[in-house]
Design a protein. Structure first.
Length: 277
């Protein structure tokens, strides 16, 4: 997983910005809607008010969260388009990143940057694509490349695994790090529907190293044929997996609960025994 911590630029950032700008003009993705609902639930579960919230994502996300969150949960919500725009230390009580981390050239560096921009006892919540995302499409690309080009070409970028996400939070210095996975299976009537969903997210191929081979009509027909033969249901619909990894971590603070030392009992059994006499 090179882009977790590397100086190599895996993603074409200019192309990525262009794809996301186009995506903003398209219909809002159902995956974005799902993430908004989920992050609102997570914020509501925290028993505190956030003075300053930062959204890393589109301006639409900022608008949606202002509508969805009760007014007693925050004072101010601002947004930036990408993590590289962060430049003020200890500025926010809560930073939320929705489907942005997976296309950072150095994920660890970006999470560390978020850490520096949170206040003590600040909360970080992020949704990013996990390693099982588009697994079926990835396998079909491999099969089609071998058939048409007699070798593999890059189409889908590498994605962070559950274990790697947890390691990133710990390495970046977050307290009480938690990672959980939301795996979603979608059944598409055809391959074009899947591609359109990826375009709605701005998540089509933005790798710096792209094949110079043209995806001809013959290639696409073969791709569809392989997909149908390997991942179609009885009704003919095509199975596709999306995995959303949710990362949560706190900036250390004296008020936070600390783990017990090894061997320390959680219950004072002597007092419990005397109470029951």
């Amino acid at each position: 997983m090179k882009h977790i911590s590397t100086t190599e630029k895996i993603f074409n950032t200019e192309l990525l910005s262009l794809r996301r700008a186009r995506a903003n003009k398209r219909a809002k993705s159902w995956l974005i809607n799902r993430c908004i609902e989920d992050v609102v639930e997570r914020i509501l579960d925290v028993n505190r008010k956030f003075d300053s919230i930062l959204i890393i994502g589109t301006e639409l996300l900022q608008t949606e969260l202002k509508i969805a969150l009760p007014k007693d949960k925050y004072n101010k919500i601002t947004h930036i388009n990408c993590i590289t725009e962060l430049n003020v230390r200890n500025s926010f009580d809560l930073v939320i990143s929705i489907l942005r981390l997976q296309t950072e050239n150095n994920v660890y560096e970006m999470i560390s940057k978020i850490h520096k921009n949170l206040k003590p006892d600040g909360l970080f919540i992020a949704a990013m694509f996990g390693g099982n995302t588009l697994n079926e499409l990835r396998q079909v690309f491999y099969k089609t490349d071998n058939k048409i080009f007699s070798g593999l070409t890059p189409h889908i970028y590498p994605m962070t695994t559950y274990k790697q996400a947890a390691e990133l939070l710990v390495k970046s210095g977050f307290n009480q790090p938690v990672v959980d996975s939301d795996r979603i299976t979608v059944n598409y009537s055809n391959l074009n529907r899947l591609i359109n969903d990826l375009r709605d997210l701005g998540e089509t191929n933005v790798l710096n190293t792209q094949s110079k081979q043209q995806l001809t009509k013959t290639y696409l027909n073969t791709l569809t044929k392989h997909y149908k033969s390997s991942y179609s249901r009885e009704d003919g619909k095509l199975k596709c997996t999306f995995e959303i990894l949710w990362l949560t971590g706190w900036i250390p603070h004296i008020s936070q609960q600390k783990p017990l030392k090894p061997g320390t009992p959680k219950v004072n059994f002597e007092s419990l025994f005397n109470k029951n006499k």
